[in-house]
Design a protein around this ligand. Sequence first.
Ligand SMILES: C[S@@+](CC[C@H](N)C(=O)[O-])C[C@H]1O[C@@H](n2cnc3c(N)ncnc32)[C@H](O)[C@@H]1O
Length: 233
Amino acid sequence: MPDGTTIQRMFAEVAPGYDRANRALSLGIDVWWRRCAVRTVDVRPGERGLDVCSGTGDLAFALQRAGADVVGADFCAPMLARAAAKGHGAADRAAPGFLCADALALPFADGVFDFATVAFGIRNVSDPVAALREMARVVRPGGRVVVLEFTKPRVPLLGSAYRFYFRRVLPRLGAWISGAKNGAYHYLHESVMAFPEREAFADVMRSAGLSSPRYRLLTGGIAALYRGEVDAS
Ligand SMILES: C[S@@+](CC[C@H](N)C(=O)[O-])C[C@H]1O[C@@H](n2cnc3c(N)ncnc32)[C@H](O)[C@@H]1O
């Protein structure tokens, strides 16, 4: 697992082409996955939300459009600069606030948010349990923590096609589309292969103190949405 500084540098280089690469590599399905994440959060108008590892802010914007007041936090300034630039054209209501912060030391008091989310970010954090604990800490008792992350499909044909695409095609295509020369898309493949998924990740959520973790698979098991609750007691 690369350290935080290496991750920051990697995303700084990827930032200019990040959204373009996401759309192209997922054939636009990533937009739908984030919409599913918003539904899983079950946003009520006026709720306060935190999107951790917010990157270029796509999930933060989707949550804000659903009626929440959202803060997007990430420790990579060039990713956040792209997020903030998207907000300039948006109506006030549709623009979240963005701030530079490490997921392992969130600069917020306990229980100030109604929910916290992280999309395709928890896998990149050097200590995922500690990051989930931080998310749980800043969410009020009874609030929700929602994670969107890649999984490995187990359906035979889709599984083989996916492994071929992820291992052989995506690293080259990702580097070409995003312009990144730093192996970021090789890292994407390696990190997804190594990361706990499904029940194993639900256990990670439990060990971070979240209760009733459950998940649902998306697109034949290429991604999953996890939701856990912060204990009301
Ligand atoms: C793959 S991007 C995901 C961005 C966005 N959530 C999305 O759905 O497209 C992962 C992000 O996690 C951020 N990240 C990784 N480790 C972090 C940490 N410890 N604290 C804050 N951000 C972190 C990176 O800077 C990067 O922007």
